[in-house]
Design a protein around this ligand. Structure first.
Ligand SMILES: Nc1nc2c(ncn2[C@@H]2O[C@H](COP(=O)(O)OP(=O)(O)OP(=O)(O)O)[C@@H](O)[C@H]2O)c(=O)[nH]1
Ligand SMILES: [Mg+2]
Length: 696
């Protein structure tokens, strides 16, 4: 089914929650005859929100891929969820798209996820189009909305059409470039903006610009070409006006998408091959470059891997060579996807968005073909939840189900806590985690008990220390004996192990092992075989048990170096178990001597509130050990405050902010760094950990 590259438009529909994205995409499918009926988010018949949880919540939770044909062009649309904590879905969708259609609810205006998706789309190098939605609503100050859009997103934003009438009297939209005679009721006089819109289009070509100022109007073909060019250069962001409820502006939107959305070959993309950077050509005969941007696992079709082809061609049943896969990957049938439905196709070329079913070797972010595309950068999840199955014996089922979830959602991490036997699921927020629990229950039929969301603290040390431990047991038959002497040092974050484990510092250095994840290094400087070399791996095992499970409060250890310098063995009673235990106990003992302390995650916040609330927000932040680091006008009477604060203090910030600002404030949060927890707070955490331990 390969399409002519020039005729493909791949569009990610994104923006803030409830701004009408799914309803709009549904309506576009109906209008163009791709589906029939009257789909609706509100009564659970939306094409895009087909998932049970989406129907239940009346919000999108996952991105969905749909397509339609219009005016000789193939449109692939990806509807994305607007809830900021589900941004991972949008990030995947933006990789597959060439243009982002960002919706703004006319009444609600610019919200936190409007800004976020604007930025993500720009960072991904896509063209942008703004859709103002729900223009049938009452109490809309349209001119003011346009002013704030231009204030926040810049003067590239150009009104392509304006509404006629408002609220119940909304009658339609009229073009600003080519306004009709009668524009009675227009919320902005189209003639008053025509010139500036035209100029922002032709700005993309100096020659056309010159001729225009000499009085020569560009032709329609020239305008069409320049629209794409200006959107590509991002000197133009068309604004279109829509109401799906009143069926206003949909045909016009289709027209603007056809004219201004970027064809796949308009976006410059690069990949690497053997370390060299290659610019991709949207050519079906070029070497294959394609990437998995989404994985969906549902109970019926099982696993679907969504793929965007950038160059070259994939044929069904191909075996593709892929970076890091020596044998190649056999992909089986190829599918085109319409929300929850699929159809078999034979091949896919540049610009196509397709799926492969039931292939366990494909994962989100993977490149197909010999070229390696840039990795997808997902935000780091920070809110942890320890889960155990309600029913005994469901452990395997739970662990399988959780792995599925991490495959589908790259903003979920999963860790098995060896010590507590818990699975710890880390997500973006409490809400994100509760959505995941619902999915576990419905799809995988596993109910779980969950503990309080956990803050991922880390344990570390502030001073050097040394000590030893002797493990000795002599009861009946064979005994156990192992003795380990160690020294412990704080290991600076980000330091290279070879810079730390130098011959100057450790003259008897024999071996070293670095565990990057925990920035944990241990070095072997044992002289004269006081510990036989074959017991070293057992000692390391003992260390790693403590590194994973913590010493003072049950959190993973970070930024520590251990030197094993002396020990004793017994010709009969020494064995691996004995040395593992000795290693573990020596670690715990010396760690406690080395001024142990806790590290906590600190997050960056961007908080947007009405100007009048800035004082409240700032004093509230200082009560949360937070700090303001900057402030910027956000247009429309709003201010964006940049701040840093410990994650533990802002876990439920959504509620606080909402009550402080009467629901008008919004924020985004991302991981910044780990920092030492102040002494008094530290004592509380350690005390709580002790109580928990005793309870268990
Ligand atoms: N009055 C009015 N309501 C609309 C319009 N478009 C959508 N809605 C309603 O707005 C609500 C949200 O619509 P959705 O299409 O689910 O919005 P969304 O942007 O997909 O929301 P998320 O998936 O949560 O990000 C629903 O109740 C829709 O019926 C419109 O043009 N006018
Ligand atoms: Mg939606």
């Amino acid at each position: 089914m390969t399409h002519n590259v020039q005729d493909i438009r791949n569009i990610a529909v994104c923006g803030h929650g409830s701004s009408g994205k799914s309803t709009l995409v549904d309506q576009l499918l109906v209008k163009t005859g791709a589906v029939s009926g009257q789909p609706s988010v509100d009564n659970g018949t939306s094409i895009c929100d087909f998932d049970e949880e989406e129907k239940h919540h009346k919000h999108s939770i996952e991105s969905s891929v749909v397509h339609f044909d219009h005016g000789g062009k193939r449109f692939n649309l990806i509807d994305t969820p607007g809830y900021p904590d589900l941004i991972g879905q949008t990030i995947g969708a933006l990789r597959a798209a060439d243009t982002a259609l960002i919706t703004i609810d006319a009444h609600a205006g610019i919200k936190v996820n409007t800004r976020r998706t604007w930025k993500e789309a720009g960072d991904a190098g896509l063209g942008r189009i703004l859709g103002i939605t729900k223009l049938d609503a009452d109490q809309i100050d349209f001119p003011q909305l346009i002013d704030s859009i231009r204030e926040v997103f810049g003067n590239s934003c150009a009104l392509f059409n304006v509404p006629l009438g408002q609220g119940h009297d909304l009658k339609g939209v009229v073009s600003t470039l080519d306004p009709p005679q009668d524009v009675a009721g227009a919320l902005v006089d189209p003639a008053s903006v025509s010139e500036s819109v035209l100029e922002s289009i032709i700005e993309a070509d100096e020659k056309v610009m010159e001729k225009y100022f000499e009085g020569e109007m560009p032709s329609q073909e020239e305008l069409d070409r320049l629209c794409v060019e200006a959107v590509r250069q991002r000197t133009l962001t068309p604004i279109v006006c829509i109401s799906t409820k009143a069926d206003v502006g949909i045909d016009e939107l289709l027209g603007v998408l056809a004219q201004c959305a970027l064809p796949p070959n308009a976006v410059t993309r690069t990949a690497t091959k053997d370390g060299d950077t290659v610019t991709l050509k949207a050519d079906p005969a070029a070497p294959l470059a394609a990437q998995v941007f989404k994985t969906r696992i549902d109970p019926f079709v099982q696993r679907l891997s969504f793929i965007r082809v950038f160059s070259g061609t994939i044929k069904k049943d191909d075996t593709l060579s892929c970076p890091g896969h020596r044998k190649g990957i056999k992909i089986g049938p190829l599918l085109s996807v319409q929300a929850d439905k699929t159809a078999n196709i034979d091949e896919a070329g540049p610009g196509d968005i397709v799926a492969v079913a039931k292939n366990e070797e494909l994962h989100t972010g993977m490149s197909l073909g010999e070229l390696e595309l840039p990795p997808l950068k997902f935000p780091m999840p920070m809110v942890g939840l320890a889960v155990t199955p309600k029913a005994r014996g469901d452990e395997t089922k739970l662990s399988g189900a959780l792995h599925k979830i991490t495959e589908e959602d790259s903003t979920v991490h999963l860790q098995h806590d060896a010590e507590t036997k818990e699975m710890v699921l880390t997500g973006m927020s409490e809400l994100h985690l509760s959505l995941l629990r619902e999915r576990l229950k419905r799809r995988d039929k596993v109910e779980v008990d969950a503990k309080e969301p956990k803050i991922p603290y880390r344990e570390t040390i502030q001073a050097d220390a040394e000590g030893s431990y002797r493990h000795k047991k002599q009861s009946g038959g064979s005994g156990q004996f192992g003795e380990v002497h160690i020294r412990m040092y704080p290991l600076p974050e980000g330091s290279k192990p070879e810079d730390f484990a130098t011959k100057e510092r450790f003259p008897h250095l024999k071996a070293q092992h670095f565990h990057e994840k925990n920035n944990f290094l241990w070095v072997d400087t044992v002289v004269g075989g006081t510990i036989p070399g074959n017991f070293m791996p057992a000692i390391e095992k003992g260390f790693l048990e403590k590194v994973a499970g913590g010493v003072v409060a049950g959190y993973p250890v970070q930024n520590v170096c251990v030197e094993v310098h002396f020990g004793k063995d017994h010709p009969v009673d020494s064995n691996e178990t004995a040395f593992r235990i000795a290693g573990r106990q020596a670690f715990a003992k010396v760690f406690k001597e080395a001024r142990p302390s806790l590290l906590e995650p600190v997050v960056k916040l961007a908080i947007t509130v009405p100007v009048g609330n800035v004082g409240d927000v700032s004093s509230d932040l200082s009560g949360r050990r937070g700090q303001m680091v900057g402030m910027d006008s956000a247009g429309g009477g709003m201010t964006t405050i940049e701040a840093v604060a410990p994650l533990a203090e802002v876990m439920t910030y959504a509620r606080t902010l909402s009550s402080m600002t009467g629901g008008q404030g919004s924020y985004t949060m991302e991981f910044s760094h780990y920092d030492v927890v102040p002494g008094n707070v530290q004592q509380q955490i350690i005390a709580q950990a002790k109580i928990k331990e005793e309870e268990e």
